[in-house]
Design a binder for this molecule. Structure first.
Ligand code: ADE
Length: 268
């Protein structure tokens, strides 16, 4: 049995043929580490015409996904297996997906993803069927399919054995709340840009120290808000404070009128 089974409920199953047929996810499926089942919601459509959507009560533009196909599809899945799995609705109204949510989902051995579409989804699905709602960011996609692919991709690579070595996931950007350090490969010098000497030194302790420091500095530079939650040592916190003070001083010295701005200087 696979470590992780994902059931995806969608009106557009064809959308999934690309991303899961290549690269790491494909290899994980081939090695039976993950199993992805794509279900066409139309199979549970209502009546002879397999209707899956209808006009909104109260009027308004667009169509709303009917509740019955979704409830019946999830019930059919539950009948197949002991489904204590989360039932996750992909929607821009959900909690924002990040590495922490990916790690949380990777602890389950099964999950059901519902891809919303059209103008919306009947509210009873949120109330009585979905156990979680996830958004992959503050923008609106045409449907939940791409979001489901993003979630499956990010969660799959956290499943033990999916990546070549466990280390690869541990060092990822965001893994310890920090962005990843810069990487270099051959050639040593490319278009006059040199690989830092320390990486060529063979001194593993020095390399690890350099990488950790670059990881902290890069996070400070690009995503300083992440440092609040990051797991930093005392020395690292001190380095961050020092850098922040230097930055403040630079800002004070280069303020428009050339006059030192006392407010911008760090207080001691
Ligand atoms: N469906 C439409 N937009 C979405 C988003 N940003 N995240 C998840 N599902 C969506």
């Amino acid at each position: 049995m696979a470590e992780l089974r994902v059931d995806i409920l969608t009106l557009f199953p064809g959308m999934f043929s690309g991303p899961f047929a290549e690269s790491i996810v494909r290899r994980a499926i081939d090695r039976d580490l993950i199993a992805i089942h794509i279900h066409n919601l139309r199979e549970w459509g209502v009546g002879k015409h397999k209707v899956v959507d209808d006009c909104p009560f109260g009027g308004g533009a667009g169509m709303v996904m009917k509740p019955e196909p979704l409830f019946e599809a999830v019930e059919a899945l539950r009948a197949q297996s002991s489904l204590a799995a989360p039932v996750i609705l992909l929607t821009p109204q959900g909690r924002t997906f990040d590495q922490r949510v990916a790690a949380e989902l990777a602890t389950f051995d099964q999950m059901v993803l519902i891809c919303g579409h059209y103008e919306g989804i009947d509210e009873r699905v949120r109330e009585g069927l979905a156990t979680d709602e996830i958004s992959i960011g503050d923008y609106v996609l045409t449907g939940g399919e791409l979001a489901a692919m993003v979630v499956v991709d990010a969660v799959s690579r956290l499943v033990p054995g999916v990546l070549g070595s466990d280390e690869s996931a541990a060092n990822d950007s965001h893994a310890g709340g920090l962005l990843e350090y810069p990487q270099y490969t051959r050639p040593q010098t490319y278009r006059s840009r040199r690989t830092p000497d320390v990486l060529l030194s063979g001194n593993h302790a020095q390399i690890a120290k350099w990488r950790r420091e670059r990881s902290v500095l890069r996070t400070l530079d690009r995503r300083p808000e992440l440092l609040k939650e990051a797991d930093l040592s005392r020395d690292e916190r001190a380095m961050v404070s020092r850098k922040l003070m230097e930055k403040d001083q630079e800002a004070a010295l280069s303020s428009d009128d050339g006059v030192l701005d006392a407010e911008a200087l760090p207080r001691r």
